[in-house]
Design a protein. Sequence first.
Length: 71
Amino acid sequence: MPAEAIRYIDKVPAILYGGNVDSVPLTCKSCNAEYRVHYSNSEINRLVDSRYLAEVRINSEHPHHERSILL
């Protein structure tokens, strides 16, 4: 199962996704849309890379933020 950035609205995930939830929130620099990386145990070694990729995608997709971004 790959990592995925899930959008949070009022601290609630926009979609349900199994697995682990990264404790580091990621926000769009333009509008503060909040995301968190959700990942499986097999992705733990790539979590830092997933955060970076998610942050780049979140900011580049402004203002059209999706509920989830496959990483």
